[in-house]
Design a protein around this ligand. Sequence first.
Ligand SMILES: [Zn+2]
Length: 136
Amino acid sequence: MGETERNAAKDGGITPAVRICMIFAAVLFVSAVIAVILMHRPAESSRVVIIRENGVIYSLDLANEPDRTFRITAEDGSWNEVTIDNGTICISDADCPDLTCVHTGVLRSESVPIVCLPHKLVIRFDDGDTEAADEG
Ligand SMILES: [Zn+2]
C-alpha cells in the first residue's frame, strides 16, 4: 500500500487536491453519460401497466391492443382518458389541474413513465417487478 502511494506522489507533481478534482470531473462526466443513455433507452417490451395508488388496474400488451380510447374514472369522479394508437399509449385528456400527464405525450421510455400526480396514476412499461411497487 505505502509503495503505491509513494509512486503516485512522484507522478508529475499533481497535488492531491487537483487529483481529487480530476477524479470528481471524470465521475461527473461518466454519470452524465449514463444518465443520458438511461433516459433515451428505448422500451424493450410492449407490455404496459396502468397503476393507481400502487395497484395495477390495467395490464396491456400494446402489440396486441386495438386502437381505442377509454376513460379511467376514480371513486371521487376524477378521470384520465387513455388513448391507444398504433401500438403507442398516451393520456389524451384528463380533468387534473396541471395536465402534466397529457403534456407528457406518448409513453416511449422504460425510465420515463407517464405520471398524473393529482390522480396518483402512472402508466409505464412493465419491467417485470410490478409486485414490488411499495417504494414511495
Ligand atoms: Zn394529470
